[in-house]
Design a protein around this ligand. Structure first.
Ligand SMILES: Nc1nc2c(c(=O)[nH]1)N[C@H]1C(S)=C(S)[C@@H](COP(=O)(O)O)O[C@H]1N2
Ligand SMILES: [Mo]
Length: 525
């Protein structure tokens, strides 16, 4: 049946469903080749300027907070891969439609592809770090797609085919069509290989980072006490190794900043604005602090949290030099890719809080995806209001006049970290008898004073706390609980150094962080 309708031998070739399918394929091939050409041009202009990445970044900025939160909850750090995959499917469907339109309603297909190019160019030029050149990848790439599409679909039209060639069946120029399609595939492959070769920019910044030797700290962090890490199987280590450190940001392409071109501008409501270069920063007396960073999107029991040793210069000292004016109450930090965070000025000026312009993480330069060459780290505040990566400016301002990236997207302007605790072991099952229960608890900048575990509906049992370097990091804990065979539910709650007990009231991450007790079910036997 389908065999018959798709047969190329059908005389009324211009209305055969088979040709519609070929036209759709031509749309996909031409579109794919065009996007690949855009990647190639972007490799020369700027990595973020390609149609796919500028478009994807614009989608990220445009989707409402709840949807993004949903994406992070469900796909975790894969949320970007899911976005790119979804975009790929939508673009492929659109390209197939363009092919079909080009056959049936010319030049509607070309117009559709061209429109994607124009929109892509506009979106790229409007990115925060864009120049006018950022229009080029979409214009050249989608322009090429239009040419390929027209050439391929023309071969599917009998009239055109008869003029252009002498195919034996007198219907459509299939051989010509296949040739043009082959050219599209070739262009796509060459462009992709070329863009890989040319995007050596990212390897260049990695190479600079590899060679970098950071100065040693003038003020070193207190040594981690031997008892800080219980080293139990399945228990999160006290210090999170860099490769395991969670990563959350809006950057589809990790910004590639060369330290020699980097500088930090301190400006706004200040008497003495100034710009700090990389070499000037390295010459300052640097300090080291252990700080546990946490994401506001972390759910109860989740793992968007990590602890590291940060090396950097106190933000407080930068502000002292700039001399904020009376009335200012916020510092809006901005990254090279346009992300912003609004941090209370008094937190950053607090002499007892070690907020850093950080350049080192666990003894090495910041990994590129964690903000190389410089980021902010503020103990006690969620990352979205404090931990700007790839930071390039600090603007002293007011909460009335300005807001950080996430505030208009439904997240609270202020983001102190909520007291939380998590059970890491056991998860799943355990042999009957004395069961070791262990995990981490955090109340950054206040410190953890007590952790309790409750089996089923029994009494709370106080856990033993591991050592810690101070109140700015999480703290491990463990306790042995007798459990008989069967299913048991374990709950945990922490108390901070101010005596505040972690609330049982459950709250979702939005707008200012999740709360509630973490529980796990264990099958014992
Ligand atoms: N430039 C930039 N900095 C950013 C973000 C971002 O999207 N862009 N996200 C913030 C958020 S929400 C968090 S939780 C932390 C995460 O830092 P990490 O990826 O190093 O763990 O970075 C913060 N800094
Ligand atoms: Mo976050």
């Amino acid at each position: 049946m389908t065999q018959e309708t798709e047969s190329p031998a059908a005389p009324q070739a211009d209305r055969s469903p088979g040709d519609a399918g070929w036209a759709a394929l031509a749309g996909v091939l031409a579109g794919g080749a065009g996007l690949a050409v855009a990647e190639l041009v972007a490799a020369v202009v700027a990595p973020g300027s390609s149609t796919l990445f500028a478009g994807g970044s614009a989608v990220i900025d445009a989707v409402p907070g709840w949807l993004k939160d949903f994406a992070v909850q469900w796909f975790g750090t894969n949320d970007k891969a899911v976005l790119l995959g979804t975009m790929g499917v939508v673009l492929a469907l659109g390209a197939a439609l363009a092919g079909w339109l080009e056959l049936r309603r010319p030049p509607a297909g070309s117009v559709l592809v061209g429109a994607v190019g124009v929109v892509g160019a506009m979106v790229a030029v409007l990115r925060p770090d864009a120049t006018a050149l950022w229009a080029l990848p979409s214009i050249i790439g989608l322009g090429a797609a239009v040419l390929l599409l027209r050439a391929a679909v023309a071969r599917l039209r009998p009239a055109a085919a008869q003029r252009a060639s002498s195919t034996s069946d007198g219907a459509v120029d299939r051989r010509g069509f296949l040739t043009v399609s082959g050219i599209a595939v070739g262009v796509a492959a060459l462009a992709l290989v070329g863009s890989r070769v040319l995007s050596a920019g990212s390897t260049a910044v990695s190479a600079v980072r590899e060679k970098l030797r950071l100065p040693t700290a003038r003020t070193t962090a207190p040594a981690v006490p031997a008892g800080a890490d219980l080293e139990l199987d399945g228990l999160t280590p006290y210090i999170t190794p860099n490769p395991d450190f969670y990563r959350i940001d809006t950057a589809l392409i990790v910004p590639q900043l060369n330290p020699q071109d980097w500088s930090l501008e301190v400006r706004g409501l200040v008497d003495e604005p100034f710009t700090l270069t990389w070499d000037e920063l390295l010459a300052l007396p640097l300090e080291e602090h252990h700080v546990t960073l946490a994401c506001v999107s972390n759910t109860v029991g989740g793992d968007l949290i990590g602890n590291a040793l940060w090396l950097g210069y106190p933000i407080r000292a930068l502000l002292e030099r700039a001399k904020p004016r009376a009335g200012a109450d916020m510092v809006l930090s901005r990254s090279s890719d346009g992300f912003t965070a609004g941090t209370p000025l008094e937190v950053l000026q607090d002499p007892d809080r070690e907020s850093l312009l950080a350049i080192g993480m666990n003894g090495e330069p910041l990994p590129v995806e964690h903000g190389f060459p410089a980021r902010l780290v503020v103990p006690g505040l969620y990352g979205y209001v404090s931990a700007t990566k790839w930071v390039t400016s600090l603007e002293v301002t007011t909460f009335d006049a300005d807001q950080g990236y996430w505030t208009p997207r439904g997240w609270s302007a202020l983001g102190p970290i909520k007291i939380e605790s998590r059970i890491d072991v056991p998860r799943g099952s355990a042999p009957a008898g004395a069961v070791t229960v262990a995990g981490v608890a955090w109340a950054q900048h206040t410190g953890i004073a007590k952790v309790e575990v409750r089996p089923d509906d029994g009494d709370w049992v106080t856990a033993e706390l591991a050592e810690t370097v101070g109140p700015d990091t999480w703290r491990q804990w463990h306790v042995s609980i007798d459990l008989d065979a069967g299913n048991h539910t374990l709950a945990v709650r922490a108390t901070d150094a101010d005596g505040q007990v972690q609330t049982e009231t459950e709250a979702p991450p939005a707008p200012d962080g999740a709360s509630g007790w973490h529980t796990v079910t264990v099958s014992v036997g």
